[in-house]
Design a protein around this ligand. Structure first.
Ligand SMILES: [Zn+2]
Length: 423
């Protein structure tokens, strides 16, 4: 069997597909036709296999015609059209006649494209990236879930085993669609096939309900909806709704401080009916990670699953980092699974990132079977930050303690300032 793999890469995404045939001439014929769709140049002297092209309407048309010819035999080729269509005219992208498996190479190529797009010196851009991410990329795999449609796990329903309770299709059922990230947070793209109906229901009423409450203000404010669309929040002393404009109704309660007419800045303490535990927020972030992570890594998380299910308790957990990315506002949430590939057991085996709207969270997966440290002491946390230096240097990064498992009333502070306020 003759196989040829192609990868496309841009700063906005990538595609990958393969063609195979018993006949070498067929594969070679297809390959040369495919490559000729993209008139480009080789920007790296010793790498004639890297073509860089610029998106034009003509390329889009040619790709569309080519796909019409081959979509029956190579269904995945449709991704090439989606990839090209997503680029703005004039944007640079790479076409590679091989599978892109090295994260380091991927980052270098993205640097190269960025340098073209922004007219910067590639060597300078790449040197900076290596300083920032070099050691990290040599030690970790990074997988991103959310930007593309994905169905994670065993596709054959009868062969599924639930990731969370370990029951197979004989002992439980897999009829309902399970989302790797809660649907109410806007996720339509990523489904997990290996979550059974009873776990789906259980987590929906416990962990995920808490994280939906935790983000309720952002959901209503930014109009993020699940199946029921955008929901209003009816709290104990307020209502936040979109009817159709965003409206906050605040009902003063007796224990509020006396009103001051001259007050220029107003602080509202908005009290929800729902209660939640902060540790459930940590657990849900880990659940999103474990829903998305590749099957081959699951055996390392046996104890983590027990903790999620409440079979073992953790009274203290590593700090969770939060920062804001106002340049990149997401309409669908993403989860990144960062998995150690080196043997160094002093750096965390698994680290997750959760991206929701402009909020970014980073968390260490607790209770894995291959970590020497638990990252609770400041010395051990320092070991983590010495490897993940980009978190240490992130402007505005805050480290939160989400260890508290006590269920408490949830409130958030809302601050209003008049336009002419000097602050
Ligand atoms: Zn289950």
């Amino acid at each position: 069997m003759y196989v040829q793999i192609f990868t496309g890469l841009s700063t906005a995404g990538q595609f990958g597909f393969q063609v195979s045939s018993d006949n070498e001439t067929n594969v070679n014929g297809f390959s040369s036709q495919f490559i000729s769709l993209f008139p480009g140049f080789c920007p790296v002297d010793n790498r004639p296999d890297i073509f860089v092209c610029q998106k034009t309407a003509e390329i889009e048309l040619r790709v569309s015609e080519f796909i019409d010819r081959y979509k029956e035999n190579v269904p995945k080729i449709y991704e090439v059209y989606t990839f090209i269509k997503r680029q703005s005219n004039g944007a640079f992208f790479c076409i590679l006649p091989y599978e892109l498996t090295s994260q380091r190479e991927q980052v270098t190529l993205v640097d190269l494209l960025n340098a073209f797009e922004q007219n910067l010196d590639f060597e300078e851009v790449n040197k900076l990236t290596s300083q920032l991410f070099g050691a990290f990329l040599d030690s970790y795999h990074v997988f991103v879930y959310g930007p593309e449609r994905a169905r994670i796990g065993e596709h054959h329903r009868g062969k599924r085993i639930c990731r969370f309770c370990k029951k197979d299709a004989m002992k439980t059922s897999f009829k309902k669609k399970a989302h790797a990230i809660s649907e109410a947070l806007g996720n339509k793209n990523v489904a997990v096939l290996e979550e059974c109906d009873s776990c789906n229901e259980k987590f929906g009423q416990t962990l995920e309900r808490d994280i939906i409450t935790y983000f309720s203000f952002y959901r209503t404010f930014y109009g993020v909806g699940g199946k029921e669309g955008v929901t209003s929040i009816v709290g104990k002393n307020f209502k936040l709704c979109r009817e159709p404009e965003l409206t906050l109704k605040y009902y003063k309660s007796e224990d509020d401080p006396e009103e001051d007419d001259h007050l220029e800045i107003m602080n509202f303490r908005l009290k929800m009916h729902e209660k939640l535990s902060l540790q459930n927020i940590y657990k849900t972030l880990c659940k999103f990670f474990l829903s998305a992570v590749r099957d081959e890594f699951l055996p390392h998380f046996e104890e983590t699953f027990k903790w999620l299910n409440g079979e073992i308790l953790q009274h203290q957990l590593p700090k969770v980092g939060i920062w804001y990315s106002f340049e990149e506002f997401l309409t669908q949430p993403n989860i990144l699974t960062v998995i150690r590939k080196s043997d160094d057991q002093e750096i965390p085996f698994a680290v997750g990132e959760f991206h929701f709207l402009f909020l970014r969270y980073v968390f260490i997966l607790p209770c894995t079977n291959t970590d020497r440290f638990n990252y609770l002491s400041s010395d051990q946390f320092e070991v983590f930050l010495n490897m993940f230096t980009h978190y240490r240097d992130m402007p505005g990064m805050k480290w939160l303690d989400l260890s508290n498992a006590e269920v408490k009333p949830f409130e958030f502070n809302f601050r209003m300032e008049p336009n002419d306020s000097k602050t």
